[in-house]
Design a protein around this ligand. Sequence first.
Ligand SMILES: [Zn+2]
Length: 862
Amino acid sequence: MPGTNLTRVEAEARAAVITTDTYQVELDLTTSEDTFRSTSTVRFSATPGEATFIDLIAPEVHSIVLNGSELDPATAFIDSRIELTGLLAENELTVVATCDYMNTGEGLHRFVDPEDGEVYLYSQFEVADTRRVYAVFEQPDLKASFQFTVTAPAHWHVASNNPGTKTTVADASVTIAQTSHDVARWEFTPTTRIPCYVTAIVAGPYHRVEGTVQSRKGEISADVYCRKALAQFLDADVILADTQKGFDFYEKTFQMDYPFEKYDQLFVPEFNAGAMENAGCVTFLENYVFRSKTTRASMERRTVTILHELAHMWFGDLVTMKWWNDLWLNESFAEFVSTLATAQTKHDNAWVTFNSLEKSWAYRQDQLPSTHPIMANIRDLEDVEVNFDGITYAKGASVLRQMVAWVGQDKFFEGVAEYFRKHHHGNTTLNDLLVELEKASGRDLDSWSDVWLQKAGVTTLRPVIEVDAHDDIAAFAIKQEVPAEWPTQRPHRLGIGGYDVRVDEHGDVALERVMFVEIDIDGRSTEVAELIGVHRPALILVNDGDLAYAKVRLDKESLATAVEHLSGFQEPLPRSMVFAAAWDMTRDGEMPARQYVELILKNIGAEDQSTVTMMLLRQLETTLALFVTPEESEAATHAAADALWHLAITAEAGSDNQLQFVKAFASLASTEGQLDSVQGLLDEKLLLEDLAIDSDLGWDLLTSLVAGGRCEEIAIELQLTKDATASGERRAALARAALPTAAGKRAAWDLLVNADKDLPNALQSAATSGFGHVLDTALLEPYVDEYFGAVRRIYNEKTNEMAANLIEGLYPSQLAGRMPDLQDKADAWLAENDDAHDALKRLIIEGRDGVRRALQAQSKDS
Ligand SMILES: [Zn+2]
C-alpha cells in the first residue's frame, strides 16, 4: 500500500501518461475551525485509454467528477490517492473535499494568536503537502497554470502567487473570537506554468506594508506582511532595500527579467524552516521580525535568506528540477548566489560567515555515517524528506564555489544565463546545466562531477613541513587523507598562507601575512616546490582564502601560534579558518577539548564578526557539555561561565559581543555567584551599560534561573503576564520544560511524547530544547529507555517534520560518558528495528554517532 509515499518510478510513469494544463482551486476558509472546503478542477491531457491517479490527503471527499461522470469516493479514493481510469485525450476532473487545517507547518497551517484570538493561516507545500489542500498531481515536473479563489473573513488579507481582487459576499458571516465578520471572495489571476509545491495561500488579519521594487521590466508591487502583534517591529524599509539589491543583482547576472507579476514577502507564525520560495509570495519565519535587540549575525542571515528565496524565483520556480534528486542543485545554487549577492551588495564579509556557518555544517554532516553523495539517489518522498541537510545546502554550495573558481565566474554565469534562456518554464536535470557550463567555459565537467557530486565524504589536508638549521623550509608537502568509507582523492585549487607575529611600538601583537601561494593539488601527497627555501612562518594555513572544500590541519608550531595569538589576525577569514581547523581537531579527538575552550575564551573578546562569535559560543557550549571529560566538565563549565561574565562586563557598551556574551553566560551559569549575577541583571539591580533587558533577553535570564533551580513555575507565569504574546508563549514553554525537578521533566516529556493532542510545531520545538537544558544530566537518565521505546511510534504517528524534530531533539547525547550502556541501547534498538524505515534508522544512527564522537573527544581530553 503506498500510504502517503510516492516513488520516483510512479512519478515517471504518471508523467509519461499525462500533461497538466490548468488548475482552478476554490477554498472556503469559513466552514469550521478544524477544516476547510476545497474544490479542485484540473484540466489535463492524457494518452487515451490509460489510467493514473491524483493525490489528496483529506478526511472526506464529497464528490469526484471525471469528464462528466461521477466516481464513487468510497471506492475511488483510497490511501490518499484517487484512481482515474479510462482517460481521454483531454480531461476535466473536479474533486470536492473537506481538508484539515494543520498545526505542524505542513499543508495549510492554522495559528490562533493568544493575544486577540485572531486566526492566521499560511500554506507550506514543499516537499509534497499541496495535496493536503487540494487534489493535485503532486510532482515537480507536472507544471501547470493555477488559478485560486478563496472565501474568507472580509477583514483578512489573502495573498497568493498572483494579484487578486476582493468582493464582499452578500448575506454571509463568520464568527472569530466571539466577533461576527462579513465574508469576502478573493479571485486571483492565473499563474504562469509553475510546479505545485511553490503555489501558496496566506490568509489572516495580517499587517501589510505596501511596497514596490524596480525591475528591468518596470515597477513591481512588493508588499511586506507580518502578524499584527509584530507590526511595530517590522522594518519593511530594510527588507525592501535588501530585496531591491537582489532584483538589480540577479536580473543583471542572470540576464533575464524577474519572471512573476509581483513579489510579496510574508512573515508568518510557527514556520518550520527559514523561508519558502513560493512564486511571488515568499513566506518567512516570523522570528526574522526582530522584536528584541538582535545580533548582527541574525540580521545578516535574514539578508542572505531574502536573497536566497529571490534567487529561487529563477532557479527553482521558473526552471524546475524534474525530480527531487536535483534538490541539492536547487538549494546549493540559491545558497551560493545569495552569499555572492550579499558579499557584493551589502556585507563584505559574507564569505567569512559562509566559512563559519555553512562550511562547519557541511563538514559535520559529511562525517556522519549517514553522509551521502551530493547527488543523492532519491527513490521516494521519504528519502527526500530527510535530505534537507548540510550536504544538500552547505556542501553543495561549497562545491559550487570551488567549481566557479575553477571555470571562472564570468563563464559560469554566461552558462547559467543560457540555461535560463533555454529552459524557462520547463524542467531540467543537472546535465542540462553542465552542458551550458561546459559550452561557456570550454572545460570538461564529467570527471569533476564524478568526484565531487557522485562520491561522498570530506578529505583532510595536512601540511608536512621540514625546516633546516636556519629555520628555512627544506620540504613542504600537503597530504590528502581520505576517510576509509569514502576513499576518493580529489583535485583542489587552493591557497597556502604564512603568517608571522609582529609586535608594534605599543606592544600590540599582529599576525601578518608574509607568504602566499595558490596551487593545484591532487592525490595522496603534493610537494609544494615554491616554498622551499622560504623562512618558516610562525603560522602556516592551508586553504587560506577558503576556496577548497576540505578539512585542514595545523602543524604543531602553527597550532601553538594560533592558541597564543589568534586574535592578532588582521583579516577575519584566516581567523575564522583557524578556529574552524581547531574545532575540527577537537571533534576528531586530535585536540584536547579544554585546549579548545581556552582558545575560544582567550580570543573571542577581540572577534568582530558576529556570526563567528555566535558559532564559537555554540561550539563552546557543545565542547563543555559533550567533549570535556565528565570528571572535569563541572569545573570547566564554572570557569568558562566566569570568563564569559568577565567578557560581558568588559565588552564595549551596547555592542553585539556584549549581548552575545551575556546570553552565553546566562546559558552556562550554575554557581550561586553566577546565578546571583543573572538574577541581578533580570531584576535590573545590576546594570551593564547600554544593555536593555528586553523581552527576549528577559526570557533568557529567567530560563537560566529556572534551570539553576532559582525559581519555580510561578515565576514563568508571572513573566508570561508581562509578555502575553505568542512569542512569550513559546519562551514560556521552553522555560517550563527546563524546570530541574523530576516532576518538571516528567511533565515536559509527557507533553512531548505521550500527550493525546500534539503541540503545534513551534511549541514542540521550544519544549524540546527546554527539556535538554539541564545542569545535572542525571535528570535525563530515566528517559533513555523510554526514548528508544517510543521512537518508532513517534515516527509512525506524527508528520515527517514533527517526528524528525522530536527524535533528533530528544536523543540523549548529553549522557555520553555518563551512562555506560548508552551505545549498547542504540545498538540494541538498531538490531531489533532493522525493518524500520531508512529515514528513521538514519536519525538513530546519527544520534549514536554524536555519542561516539563525544566519547572519542572525552578520551583525548582526559
Ligand atoms: Zn531554498
